[in-house]
Design a protein around this ligand. Structure first.
Ligand SMILES: [Zn+2]
Length: 416
């Protein structure tokens, strides 16, 4: 199974927007953007919402049938590890092996020695096509990379083999993710991570490093966009070079996690992909749930009441809701409106505060992040929330599709 050059991941917390999401992808395809859709859902999301991996598979299959879609599509077991991968075996054909927690853990000294020795051809000056400055590599640098990442790569190998035993090698897409960790990985570190993955026999097709800057959930990139651009293009250069050098799958490409809403760096990504004629996978999830809320608020009446109820409850439980996402949100509590204030808002006021329109002075990124992590509140509302979505299906779907197509797919993939 080979992943297409351009792929777009759209998580769907409540499993109700599959058709709206696929319709955005199909519109993009019709407009000449050759992307394939991937439905991703992590164990964390399933646990919080109370869904099962097969629910995501059913959603994808049903959307494909309803839209008469005939292209390829995938169901991604997002951020899985050895403790939870078993539950995803039947449902998924795309596995995001998360080894962020193993980064920096001590590795076997014998493994370390073997790896360092295997890297002796790269000692000295390493020239990577597309990177103007050459990289100086000494044995200490290789050892430092190995002590940071070799145990994580070994763990990726163990998880990969567990999946391959059940599904059969070649019957699924392998992604390795290292994004949910403290520090970013440099392009040089990425080079050695790929060397180690190749030696470990992991046929990685997408890799998700942690980039510099903040990739907060549901809001724009925070950091130096010019620095990101240079780092991203160097990562792309490393991947293009390493996949031939290490005999990794020709389809290997970067995966950008928390990829939704990073409007200020989509141009940089597009330029780098163009320059290297490289592929990319972009992963989004919570942005769709926020469009559900926007649609409900826009519908006014009982839809707006539901959206206000969710805000009030999220506000009351903000600490518990934020805890699992602590590393990927930055909320200033002082900038959150009180539920009493929000309860006086019109539909337009609610929509303007929540919708990710940087030009609108009423947009509130703190409220947006709180609602982003507040999906557990909607899950607890159960039927009441799902009925609301059903009742306002058209207006919700329009927001979900428009957001994915116009604000994400087009700026990232246009002209590739
Ligand atoms: Zn991730």
């Amino acid at each position: 199974m080979k992943l297409e050059k351009y792929s777009f991941g759209h998580g769907d917390r409540f499993g109700q927007q599959g058709r709206a999401q696929l319709s955005a992808v199909m519109q993009a395809q019709a407009g000449g953007i050759p992307i394939v859709p991937v439905w991703n859902k992590s164990n964390r999301e399933h646990t919080i919402i109370g869904t099962m991996p097969m629910d995501t598979r059913s959603e994808a299959d049903q959307a494909v049938e309803a839209c008469a879609y005939t292209g390829r599509y995938y169901v991604d077991a997002d951020h899985i590890n050895l403790t939870n991968v078993a539950g995803f075996m039947e449902a998924s054909d795309f596995f995001t092996i998360d080894v962020a927690e193993t980064i920096g853990k001590p590795c076997d000294p014998g493994d370390m020695a073997v790896f360092v020795k295997s890297c002796s051809p790269y000692i000295g000056t390493l020239s990577i096509p597309g990177i103007s400055q050459s990289i100086q590599v000494n044995p200490e640098k290789v050892k430092a990379a190995a002590s940071q990442f070799l145990s994580a790569v070994k763990e990726a190998g163990a998880i990969y083999r567990t999946i391959a035993e059940q599904k059969g090698a070649g019957n699924f897409i392998t992604e390795v993710s290292m994004d949910e960790t403290e520090g970013p990985q440099s392009p040089t570190e990425l080079f050695f991570i790929l060397a180690a993955l190749a030696q470990e026999g992991v046929p990685v097709q997408t890799i998700a490093p942690k980039f510099s800057g903040r990739f907060n959930k549901g809001v724009d990139y925070v950091g130096d966009a010019a620095q990101f651009e240079e780092e991203f293009r160097q990562d792309v250069a490393v991947i293009e070079y390493a996949k031939t050098l290490f005999d990794l799958p020709a389809t290997l490409k970067l995966s950008v996690h928390s990829g939704s809403d990073k409007f200020s760096i989509y141009g940089a990504m597009n330029r780098a992909l163009k320059e290297f004629n490289a592929g990319v996978h972009v992963k989004t999830a919570g942005t769709t749930w926020l469009e559900e809320l926007i649609g409900l608020a826009e519908a006014d009446g009982d839809g707006l009441v539901l959206a206000k109820t969710i805000y009030a409850r999220a506000f009351a439980k903000s600490e518990a809701l934020c805890a699992p996402y602590a590393t990927v949100i930055d909320i200033d509590a002082g900038c959150l409106p009180s539920p009493e204030e929000v309860n006086t808002w019109t539909a337009q006021q609610y929509v303007e505060a929540l919708r990710h329109d940087l030009k609108n002075p009423n947009y509130n990124l703190h409220l947006r992040q709180l609602l982003h992590v507040g999906y557990k509140i909607a899950a607890d509302l159960g039927r009441a929330y799902l009925d609301g979505l059903k009742q306002h299906e058209t207006i919700v779907a329009r927001n979900v599709s428009g957001n994915i197509l116009k604000r994400h797919i087009e700026p990232i993939f246009e002209g590739l």
